[in-house]
Design a protein around this ligand. Structure first.
Ligand code: FE2
Length: 280
C-alpha cells in the first residue's frame, strides 16, 4: 500500500490495495490513520459489488440507512444512489442534482455522519467533478487572535438555512420526523482521532451563531466563509470509473458539479455514510 498525497491542502491517493479483498487489522488501522491525517482518500481502479462497498464502509465506521429513502439502492438501504436523473420527488418533481454548493453532510443531526464514501459506477467524459475544501487547513491559517475569538462560539444548524445559496430538496414528513430539525455545534471542531482542529460550518445549514444578534452573526459568518472559500484550501476530483473516495465531514466541505451533458451522458455513484459522534 502506497500513500501519494495530493498536490493540495488535503487528500491522498492510496495505491496498491484491493478493497474487495479481506484486509487484515493492521491495514485497516493504517487506512483509518491515513483518513484522519489526509481527510480525503481516493483509491482508484476498484471493482466493488454493493455488498463489497458496504463491507468497505465498515472499515471506516458504522454505515446507516441513507437519509432520502427515494434515492436508496432497492436492495441495500445503506447505499444511496447519486445519478444524473435525480429529481425532487417530495417537492417539484423536477430534475435536481444534489450537493451543488459547498456543504458538509447532514450537520443538522445531533451526531452528523463522520464520513461519506462514494464509488464511481459511471462517469461523464467531461464535467461532474466533486470539489473538496479543507476546513482544517483554513483553521490553521487563522491568526491566533482569531482562533481565540472563535473557540467558544456555537452555530445553529437547521435542515435548510435561510442563508443557503441553493434550494434543497424537500423532505417527506416521515423523513423530517426521523432525522430531526436542528442542532447546535461548536464552530471550532476537534477530530476525535488526532485532536486536530477545524472550522466546522455549513453554508447550506448554518442559520446563525448562537447568542449573537442576526446582524453580527451574519457579519462573522460572511467573513469566515470568505476565508474558507479560498482556492488554496481546495482540491478538485476528476472521477474515473472504479474510484472509491472517502471524506471526513468533520473537517471537509465538498460540492458536486452539474456541468456535464446529462441528456447524453450518465453519472452514477454509490454513496455510504458512517455514523459520527457529537461534535466537540
Ligand atoms: Fe454531500
Amino acid at each position: 500500500m502506497r500513500v501519494i498525497p495530493f498536490d493540495a491542502s488535503l487528500g491522498a491517493e492510496i495505491a496498491d490495495i484491493d478493497l474487495a479483498s479481506d484486509l487484515d487489522a493492521g491495514t485497516i488501522k493504517k487506512l483509518n490513520d491515513y483518513w484522519a491525517e489526509h481527510l480525503v482518500l481516493c483509491i482508484r481502479g476498484q471493482n466493488l459489488s454493493p455488498q463489497d462497498f458496504i463491507k468497505v464502509g465498515r472499515i471506516f465506521g458504522d454505515p446507516f440507512r441513507q437519509i432520502y429513502g427515494q434515492f436508496n439502492h432497492p436492495d441495500y438501504p445503506e447505499i444511496g444512489l447519486l445519478t444524473h436523473k435525480d429529481s425532487d420527488i417530495a417537492g417539484s418533481g423536477k430534475r435536481k442534482i444534489r450537493g451543488t454548493s459547498w456543504h458538509t453532510d447532514a450537520s443538522y443531526f445531533k451526531k452528523p455522519p463522520a464520513g461519506t464514501m462514494l464509488f464511481a459506477i459511471t462517469v461523464p467524459n467531461e464535467g461532474g467533478d466533486t470539489e473538496f475544501l479543507s476546513m482544517r487547513a483554513a483553521y490553521k491559517a487563522l491568526s491566533e487572535e482569531h482562533k481565540v475569538k472563535l473557540c467558544d462560539l456555537r452555530s445553529i444548524h437547521v435542515y435548510e438555512s435561510s442563508r443557503s445559496p441553493r434550494k434543497l430538496i424537500k423532505r417527506s414528513p416521515g423523513q423530517v420526523k426521523e432525522f430531526g430539525e436542528q442542532a447546535k455545534h461548536p464552530i471550532v471542531r476537534t477530530h476525535p482521532k488526532n485532536g486536530q482542529k477545524s472550522i466546522y460550518l455549513n453554508p447550506i445549514r448554518v442559520e446563525k451563531i448562537d447568542g449573537l444578534s442576526r446582524q453580527i452573526s451574519d457579519v462573522v459568518l460572511d467573513d469566515l466563509y470568505e476565508h474558507l472559500f479560498q482556492s488554496k484550501f481546495q482540491y478538485r476530483h476528476k472521477w474515473r470509473v472504479g474510484d472509491f473516495l472517502i471524506w471526513d465531514n468533520r473537517g471537509v466541505l465538498h460540492q458536486a458539479n452539474d456541468d456535464y451533458d446529462w441528456r447524453n451522458e450518465q453519472r452514477e455513484l454509490y454513496r455510504i455514510m458512517v455514523k459520527g459522534e457529537r461534535p466537540f
